[in-house]
Ligand binder design. Structure first.
Ligand SMILES: Cc1ncc(COP(=O)(O)O)c(C=O)c1O
Length: 421
């Protein structure tokens, strides 16, 4: 397929003139402009169809344009598009909070709703400071939690922090994120050695599988050790499930698979199927570190608990339950993983890792990964480049992807990697 087509190219020129130039990478052969999408299929402005193996940053887990979600959002838009965040709340916000409490572990009962993933992280970090009276954070090399200042304060990706280091005065205690083949006990001992000597750490933030860091899966049992260490050192454990949550890795939440219950869980992305909504949900005693409101919230935002986001999230949860998406992700993920493992036969493939419907194929270098991503695009498959150094191809399709679409996508990926090799 010859892409980008003329309409994408023309839009590229207009975007170049108007958008801050750091936002979108624009080249002769990249990107395509999306026009519409349904299920796992995206159609660009030139009428070309693609199989989306990114779920658009992990948001479209339920597939693009789910009709029930679209209807619920449209219906809510007719009734009430916006409430008053921290002053006059809405009925639908209460319903969503009840619903979240019902699918999360019993102890995670009190939530702070927000719009983006970064905002959920900000709320969790502030909560940990209030709860512990401490003000430093620990996190992981390669970890990604968003790009607002609070989220940057725990970022483990140097390139995002460096230009803004002037504001980020406190470096986080950065731990090594162990790979699945590492010894969990030894990795946990090293984490303890780094955390124990300082008594000023309010929270440790961790992704149960590092997404943007290159789809890195920790060894079994490691996160249980980490939970124990946090408990012993009075460190609030914040598990960032913004990417891994809502069935992505084969269970409702990845921490469930790991057998841990965090003090605070951060969720977003797939929660609203594309309508921005996120949350930090924690144990009641931790969340109650915030004083009762006396009329002015210490942390809030205009769009807190926005009714359209709530309607989208409620319909998303209904659909996910109806379609038994965690089990579907686990089943499809077994097959996807087995097929991706076979890619190791190519000499440029360094590693294949993942769980459920979140996988990474690490290539020789970033150049090879981007070449494979672009090659797959010309063959009608959208995958993303990822990893600390950009050398990973990330595969995170909608969980409703049809068997034959998944087969086709894997075949294309294989031949694209072959072409680059
Ligand atoms: C694990 C994780 N946390 C936080 C974020 C930030 O979310 P947002 O981009 O909605 O601020 C992301 C986004 O990719 C993410 O993958």
């Amino acid at each position: 397929m010859k892409i980008p087509g003329p309409h994408s190219k023309a839009l590229g020129l207009r975007l170049r003139a108007r958008e801050q130039r750091n936002v979108t990478f624009l080249a002769d052969d990249f990107p395509i402009f999306w026009d519409s999408a349904r299920g796992a299929i995206v159609t660009d402005v030139d009428g070309n169809d693609y199989i989306d193996c990114t779920a658009a940053f992990g948001v479209a887990s339920l597939g693009h344009g789910n009709p029930r979600v679209a209807f619920a959002v449209a219906d809510q838009a007719q009734r009430l598009m916006h409430g008053m965040g921290d002053v006059h709340p809405t009925e639908i916000r209460v319903r969503l909070l009840d619903r979240l409490a019902a699918i999360l572990p019993d102890t995670l009962t009190k939530a702070f709703l927000a719009t983006s993933g970064s905002e959920a992280i900000e709320a969790a970090l502030k909560t940990a400071m209030l709860f512990t009276g401490k003000s430093r954070f620990a996190s992981y090399r390669g970890g990604y939690h968003g790009l607002s200042f609070g989220a940057l304060a725990v970022s483990g990706l140097e390139r995002f922090r460096t230009p803004f280091a002037g504001v980020l005065r406190h470096e986080p205690v950065l731990l090594e994120y162990p790979r699945s083949t590492a010894n969990a006990d030894e990795a946990a001992s090293r984490a303890r050695e780094q955390l124990q000597p300082t008594d000023d750490i309010a929270a440790l933030v961790v992704e149960p599988i590092q997404g943007r860091g290159g789809c890195i899966v920790p060894p079994p049992g490691y996160l249980q050790h980490v939970a124990t260490i946090c408990r012993e050192l009075n460190i609030v454990l914040i598990v960032d499930e913004i990417f891994t949550g809502f069935a992505r890795t084969g269970t409702w939440f990845a921490s469930e698979y790991e057998g841990i219950v965090p003090d605070i869980i951060c969720i977003g992305k797939a929660m609203g199927s594309g309508v921005p909504i996120s949350a930090a949900v924690g144990r009641a005693n931790v969340m109650d570190a915030w004083p009762p409101s006396t009329g002015e919230a210490l942390h809030t935002s205009t769009f807190l608990g926005n009714p359209l986001g709530c309607a989208a999230a409620l319909a998303t949860l209904d659909e996910m339950e109806l379609l038994a998406l965690p089990a579907r992700a686990a089943r499809l993920g077994e097959r996807l993983g087995a097929r991706l493992e076979a890619l190791r036969a190519h000499s440029i493939v360094r590693d294949v890792r993942g769980r459920g419907m979140l996988w990474g194929v690490e290539l020789r270098d970033a150049g090879a990964a981007f070449a494979a991503v672009k090659n797959a695009l010309t063959r009608g498959v959208i995958v993303a480049q990822s990893g600390q150094h950009g050398s990973v191809i990330a595969i995170s399709p909608p969980l409703v992807i049809e068997d034959r679409q998944l087969e086709r996508a894997i075949a294309v990926l294989e031949s694209s990697i072959g072409a680059v090799a």
